[in-house]
Design a protein around this ligand. Structure first.
Ligand SMILES: [Zn+2]
Length: 237
């Protein structure tokens, strides 16, 4: 089990140890959860590492139209014309097993601010000191730009793209999804706390203590089940 500090030494080659069918089902569920939770409406992109030099990615379509039959597979070294940042990040970060790029409203608003992210809420703890900023508005349309973005991500959990959105990475699809939702909730909570008064922010020491609790596998499994069940109750799964 990696600690927060040595996570980059771990090689993620087969997220969740799932077979292809289950991985594809989880992929579709993750896309629906992102829409259902309101973190991105018309556009986002998701990928998972499926081998040492292979990734599975969302097709170029509406997120609601992703099915187990239209997912696409690319080699990481060959790259993808659609999602250039993903192979660049997998190449730089052997510990990353899944990547989500989306435009959560509160995270995107915060991407336009210049201050560092400091959480007021437990769910923000994993991001304390672990968010990079990409101060170059626009999409990642070239390999050079993708390489630059991956380099700036460094060993962080997320990179906020100024006035655009965010890229969140995780050891597997479940973790990337949960971190994406937790980051949005944290930014929303910070905004609410500021409106109520003067927030007390978590110290880095507190965040580092809380993070392993937030990210322990049992908590992630519970969170995944919760979001999937919300889909089921809404008739989306
Ligand atoms: Zn975008």
């Amino acid at each position: 089990m990696p600690t927060d500090t040595d996570v980059i030494d771990v090689i993620a080659t087969r997220p969740l140890d799932l077979d292809d069918d289950q991985l594809k089902k989880d992929f579709v569920l993750a896309c629906r959860i992102l829409v259902h939770e309101g973190v991105s409406e018309g556009a986002f992109n998701v990928s998972v590492r499926t081998g040492a030099d292979e990734m599975m990615a969302i097709p170029v379509t509406s997120p609601t139209l992703v099915t187990t039959d239209n997912l696409e597979t690319y080699s990481i070294s060959g790259g993808s014309n659609h999602w250039r940042a993903h192979p660049a990040i997998y190449s730089e970060r052997p510990d990353v097993g899944a990547i989500i790029h989306c435009h959560p409203p509160h995270v995107t608003a915060f991407s336009a601010c210049t201050e560092d992210f400091v959480p007021v809420h437990h769910y923000g703890a994993p991001f304390h000191g672990k968010i990079a900023r990409y101060q170059s508005p626009g999409q990642t349309k070239s390999k050079d730009r993708a390489r630059d973005l991956a380099g700036q991500l460094g060993d962080n959990r997320a990179i906020m793209q100024q006035g655009h959105g965010v890229i969140v990475v995780g050891k597997d699809l479940h973790e990337a999804l949960i971190l994406t939702l937790f980051l949005e909730e944290s930014c929303q909570m910070t905004l609410t706390a500021r409106q109520m008064g003067t927030p007390t922010y978590l110290t880095l020491e507190h965040s580092q203590k809380i993070t392993p609790q937030i990210l322990k596998q049992r908590s992630q499994d519970k969170a995944w089940d919760h979001y999937v069940d919300k889909l089921r109750l809404a008739g989306w799964a």
